[in-house]
Ligand binder design. Structure first.
Ligand code: DGP
Length: 113
């Protein structure tokens, strides 16, 4: 079965897309953990952070830049926000397509796991 995030990229599955360019798209998480919860993903299927090739480091940098811009647009930049990448089973990754969580809009927990 096709990856759920690849289906979103292809427009086969509806999502609330708030940003897109040639390399990435960003959409609201279906199960938000904070008032602002956006996922930034590459259009290309990369299964996890561990699968990111050395030559693809700039893609990750681009995803972080977009997350920073979206944090400003969403109005959470001033009070602070968190970027999270879950990687693999023990890292809590459920969807096997690289994604960056942008969380904000409330005081986030001090625990990291
Ligand atoms: P992770 O545990 O890091 O793999 O988080 C996956 C996130 O993806 C989780 O917060 C829920 C979200 N998600 C899963 N399926 C969908 C979907 O079909 N649409 C949207 N918008 N989000 C989804």
């Amino acid at each position: 079965m096709e990856c759920v995030f690849c289906q979103i990229v292809a427009g086969k599955l509806p999502s609330d897309i708030i940003y897109q360019d040639d390399e990435v798209i960003a959409f609201r998480d279906i199960n938000p953990q904070s008032p602002t919860h956006v996922l930034i993903i590459p259009r290309k299927h990369i299964a996890s952070l561990a699968e990111l090739a050395e030559g693809e480091a700039s893609l990750m940098g681009h995803m972080v830049n977009i997350a920073n811009q979206l944090a400003t647009k969403e109005g959470v930049a001033q009070n602070g926000y968190r970027l999270v990448v879950n990687c693999g089973q023990e890292g809590g990754q459920l969807v096997p397509h690289l994604h960056l969580h942008l969380l904000g809009g409330r005081q986030l927990s001090g625990t990291m796991g």
